[in-house]
Design a protein around this ligand. Structure first.
Ligand code: CMC
Length: 430
């Protein structure tokens, strides 16, 4: 980061020079870190629409062009030519691995897929009808009670072990949350299977019947993981960073990320999108829902549409759409009513002035639910799958922050608009 340029802020006839930081690519950044100390003034940006909260080398998004890169590599290339564990290595260590590095990494992740046996009992404390995300927030947070030897964030080796444990165990935990919710026995991980196949097996095999993992479905699953692996400083990643900035252990930080991801404006949108398609029900109902989405007085939004950063198209959605077509073809799923509604809704929204003017396009969550549902996952599992995929991104961002010597606790300020100072009045006199 260089600061060869500066911006000037004039305040009550006093001038303040604010350095401008240069990115590798993307908008320049005005550095206001010293502003409060020098000028006794805050900046105001709820929702962080104009604020860079950190510097990072991991992921780059160009919202106008619809581009997403992990460590400089376009998402389309990684989704089609690479695979999830290689992408995990790339996100964590900054470069693509050579063959030996990849094998070593895959081996390390594979050897950590089992969870502490005592965690089975922990699961059993939840109600069977708990949402798998509720279970995951609790169980992932509880990992810090099970893996004490990797919670010292000052030790780089412990940080590394915690990272591998989280990437390895999240699919096991997500699958256990699912199995628990449907009343089936937990399925232990199978280390001869690849990452995606192992997850499918843990979700769909039962002791009474062997489950055959279709390699094409495993490939589609792996691609879903890759497409969700990181997305720069989104709400859940910022949550992980903020939690981690206080020195909290990585398991607690990732649990915080999962909690944030659950909301329907973020990762919860994949569940909400499919439920919305089911609620719309038939193609003839679409105009009514479009009307509601445009009505300022109606809180209804088209779930799976719009994005804070993408104002052209979501490149993940493009790949996901291709994948959806492949999976539906593979499974021989003809246009069922939900699929017909999805296609027609997409067509109408893309031509509608309201959506065109506001640059609202289908996002990744619009198509992922269609694939996951075709694979046999209930809607409640969509967000847990997003969470397990995003875990590597959260960890890469957390590690980057912890290793940064400039790291300090995140502590936003506020514009106070509450009552002025007043004296307490006894209850009998109010
Ligand atoms: N349906 C109808 N109108 C919408 C929608 C939508 N899905 N999204 C945005 N708008 C309108 C919004 O009402 C506003 O209109 P106006 O300018 O007249 O007030 C305008 O578009 C801008 O919206 P915003 O809420 O200010 O934009 P934002 O950047 O704060 O929100 C968003 C982005 C993703 C939260 C929002 O588009 C949304 O709620 N979409 C539906 C939920 C969804 O699909 N989320 C997944 C995002 S991608 C995966 C992820 O991040 O996890």
């Amino acid at each position: 980061m260089t600061d060869t340029k500066s911006a000037k802020l004039i305040l009550d006839n006093k001038s303040f020079d604010l350095p401008i930081l240069q990115p590798t690519i993307g908008p320049e950044v005005v550095d206001i870190r010293k502003l409060y100390g020098q000028a006794d003034i805050f900046t105001y940006d709820p929702g962080f629409t104009s604020t860079a909260s950190c510097d990072s080398t991991i992921t780059y998004i160009d919202g106008e062009k619809g581009e997403l890169w992990y460590r400089g590599y376009p998402i389309e290339q990684l989704a089609k030519q690479s695979h999830y564990l290689e992408v995990c290595y790339l996100l964590l260590y900054g470069e693509l691995p050579d063959q030996a590095q990849l094998e070593d990494f895959e081996n390390r992740v594979t050897r950590h897929t089992m969870v502490h046996e005592q965690m089975n009992n922990f699961f059993r404390g939840f109600r069977r009808d708990a949402h798998p995300m509720a279970t995951m927030v609790g169980v992932v947070g509880a990992m810090s009670a099970f893996y004490h030897d990797s919670t010292d964030i000052a030790d780089p080796m412990q940080r590394e072990i915690a990272s591998i444990r989280l990437i390895a165990k999240l699919p096991t935990i997500a699958a256990m949350a699912y199995k628990y919710s449907v009343g089936q026995p937990f399925v232990y991980p199978s280390n001869e299977l690849d990452y995606a196949s192992n997850f499918l097996n843990m979700c769909f095999s039962v002791p009474a019947e062997k489950y055959h993992v279709d390699p094409a479905l495993a490939r589609a699953m792996d691609r879903i993981f890759t497409l969700h692996a990181d997305h720069e400083q989104n709400a859940s990643t910022s949550t992980v960073r903020l939690a981690g900035s206080s020195g909290a252990n990585p398991f607690a930080c990732i649990a915080a990320g999962i909690a944030c991801l659950w909301g329907p404006a973020h990762g919860g949108a994949n569940q909400a999108a499919l439920e919305m398609l089911q609620q719309i029900g038939t193609v003839d109902q679409i105009p009514e829902y479009i009307r509601r989405a445009k009505d300022k007085d109606d809180p209804f939004r088209l779930m799976g549409f719009g994005h804070r950063v993408y104002k052209n198209f979501d490149p993940r959605a493009k790949v996901m759409k291709e994948s959806a077509d492949e999976v539906l073809d593979l499974l021989g799923i003809e246009d069922n009513e939900t699929l017909k509604v999805a296609k027609e809704l997409e067509r109408i929204a893309l031509e509608d002035d309201y959506f065109v003017e506001k640059k609202l396009y289908p996002n990744v969550d619009f198509y992922s639910g269609i694939i996951l549902s075709a694979m046999g996952f209930p809607t409640s599992m969509f967000t847990p799958i997003f969470a397990l995929s995003r875990t590597v991104g959260w960890i890469a961002q957390w590690k980057e922050m912890i290793a940064d010597p400039q790291n300090k606790i995140g502590r936003p300020r506020q514009l106070y608009v509450g009552s002025d100072k007043r004296d307490y009045v006894a209850v009998s006199k109010r």
